[in-house]
Design a protein around this ligand. Structure first.
Ligand SMILES: Cc1cc2nc3c(=O)[nH]c(=O)nc-3n(C[C@H](O)[C@H](O)[C@H](O)COP(=O)(O)O)c2cc1C
Length: 390
């Protein structure tokens, strides 16, 4: 089963299944000298963690163990391996889906491709979003490297079901949405999202949603012309996330209904550099970053595992039947999916910043370490909502 690795210079390989002993990631290409603590990784993982209100009831501590590539608190330049043990596994809840593939899930395509006898049905196996733990763990390292260029990445849930945020939002509000249980960037929105999730849970149903990811102060010129355009790599990264059905950046799909005179963005002077009036292109033109905020959105479908009975086939008899999926599932995968989308954007931006020479590929100097640590601490403190922002 190939296709488990991603990135060119900042390269990750994820491993593990939902109900296996652990999941994790091997990260290759990280320069020596980067300070990395277990807490840095835990910080990012905590926003993807299950077992809270409004998300799946599976209670995982998601405690990362760094088992290679870090010595005396700094990277050595060797591959970094991070493990996260699966501790709350109840495979018996999946006995029914073993013979009754879930509508909207990967069960039947996996059986058709790899064979029934080779399919790890427990918790969705490799198709489970448990796999994304490794991606989020790696993103802490990507974000720390990006502190060198003072590049910050934040995300929020722009819409859930039919409720959508249609008013301006500040970068600080987006950062603080990390601490919202439903990833809302405004208090009023949080309440609406929570009501929707409660309603879906009662009805045994689920909702889809749209995540928005913003890259503040990206280096200029990230991306390579033609196949490795920044937009192309971002699209692949985002569409590799389970349950993502759509990708757009800047004006995105709305550009298709506009005229050139509306969609074109006038070029203006911004201090000592050139810039664009509205950033309609979402920070990318010609596949290269322009230096404006990179703005990406992705659509998550509603969770497919729902209690509402739906048609499927009983593989033992070959006859049509129904399935009502029991077990612990996210009522809206988009809520935890926001962190995964943010992680994937971080990996792409860090990879391209290394490719473009903004981040050293061999060794980080002591002066650079100081800058990284100062900015990282600032990032962590700015994510915490203040009294006024609540
Ligand atoms: C963070 C996250 C959590 C998810 N949780 C669930 C879940 O609890 N139940 C479920 O059926 N699908 C869940 N999914 C989605 C499935 O993994 C996904 O729909 C499935 O692998 C099929 O892939 P596809 O939807 O991309 O075609 C989750 C996705 C993400 C990103």
């Amino acid at each position: 089963m190939p296709g488990n690795s991603f990135g060119e210079l900042f390269r990750i390989t994820t491993f593990g299944e939902s109900h296996g002993p652990m999941v994790g990631v091997v990260i290759d290409g990280i320069p020596a000298g980067l300070p990395i603590k277990k807490e840095d990784i835990e910080f990012e993982l905590s926003f993807r963690r299950p077992g809270r209100q409004f998300v799946t009831g599976r209670r995982e501590k998601d405690e990362p163990e760094i088992i290679s590539g870090v010595y005396n608190g700094r990277t050595t330049g060797a591959p970094i391996t991070i493990l996260v043990k699966n501790t709350d596994v109840i495979s018996s809840l999946y006995e029914e889906i073993r013979y009754k593939p879930r509508p909207g899930h990967a069960d039947l395509p996996y059986i058709m491709k790899y064979g029934f006898e080779n399919w790890d049905y427990r918790g969705g196996g490799r198709a489970s979003a448990r796999e994304t733990v490794g991606r989020v763990a790696a993103s802490a390292i990507a974000k720390k490297l990006l502190m060198l260029t003072d590049t910050w990445i934040a995300s929020h849930l722009k819409s859930l079901g039919y409720v959508e945020l249609n008013e301006p939002v500040t970068f600080e509000e987006v950062l603080c949405s990390k601490y919202s249980p439903v990833r809302a960037s405004k208090k009023w929105l949080e309440q609406k999202y929570e009501e929707l999730v409660k309603q879906a849970t009662i009805e045994g149903d689920s909702w889809g949603g749209i995540a928005e990811i913003i890259v503040r102060n990206p280096p200029i010129g990230l991306g390579e012309p033609v196949f490795d355009k920044l937009k192309a790599d971002l699209a692949k990264a985002i569409l590799s996330i389970p349950a993502v059905m759509g990708f757009e950046y800047g004006l995105g799909f709305s550009a298709a209904k506009m005229r050139g005179s509306e969609a074109n963005d006038e070029i203006i002077k911004k201090g000592d550099r050139y810039g664009w009036k509205f950033n309609n292109s979402g920070g990318i033109l010609g596949g290269l970053s322009t230096g404006e905020d990179i703005v990406v959105r992705c659509a998550f479908k509603p969770t497919s595992s729902i209690r509402k009975p739906q048609k499927t086939i009983d593989l033992r008899t070959g006859e049509e039947t129904t399935i009502s999926v029991i077990g612990r599932h996210d009522p809206a995968v988009a809520i935890r999916g926001v962190s995964v989308a943010e992680a994937m954007v971080s990996l792409v931006i860090a990879d391209h910043a290394m490719r473009a020479g903004y981040i050293p590929t061999v060794r980080i100097s002591d002066d650079q370490i100081k800058i990284i640590e100062e900015r990282w601490n600032k990032y962590i403190s700015l994510c915490k909502p203040t009294q006024e922002s609540q």
